[in-house]
Design a protein around this ligand. Structure first.
Ligand SMILES: [Zn+2]
Length: 174
């Protein structure tokens, strides 16, 4: 999940290390995320709940994480592209697990690739399942969030097409 972001960062920093302005692809992705987060938010209070429930340990590998270290991430269990921003889809993840490529495998399979015995893995999986079931809203609410997200996605397309037009206009000035 984190890989895509770091690739984008690299793109904006190439050319002899001279920092360039944000690439259009990053801007498009920011527009989509920003509009979706308005209708499917994740608050500071939600973040506190995640830290508390996972007791400052990575949900996947169980490494302790110092909150002040900035190494803790609010990872999406189901990747951002398909999954909600909602607290029920967020867990605490260390820097390493957050950066690992796990897009094609489920979070359950991902945990099995981490250090620990089968029993350790089962404990972590159960902990996440308990979290998800305690935070998942009712069906109507999920449908409401999904429909708002679809609306935000449509609006993002409109905004992005205007952005692309303006980028083309600016390019012609060269
Ligand atoms: Zn981890």
């Amino acid at each position: 999940m984190g890989k895509k972001l770091s690739e984008t960062k690299k793109i904006t920093k190439k050319k002899g290390g001279k920092k360039l302005s944000k690439a259009p692809s990053q801007a498009r992705s920011d527009i989509r995320s920003c509009l979706k987060e308005i209708v499917d938010p994740f608050s500071e209070k939600d973040k506190d709940s995640v830290w508390e429930f996972f007791d400052s340990h990575c949900a996947y590998c169980n490494q302790p994480i110092e909150r002040t270290s900035r190494l803790g991430h609010m990872d999406h269990l189901v990747p951002k592209k398909d999954g909600l921003n909602h607290i029920s889809n967020r867990v605490l993840s260390c820097n390493v697990c957050n950066g690992d490529e796990k897009r094609d495998s489920s979070w359950r399979d991902f945990i099995l690739t981490k250090d620990g015995t089968a029993e350790d893995h089962a404990v972590r999986i159960k902990k996440i399942e308990d979290w998800v079931s305690s935070k998942t809203p009712n069906k109507e609410e999920i449908e409401r969030i999904k429909s708002r997200r679809a609306h935000a996605e449509k609006l993002a397309k409109d905004v992005i097409s205007v952005l692309d037009e303006k980028i083309e206009e600016l390019k012609k000035l060269k």
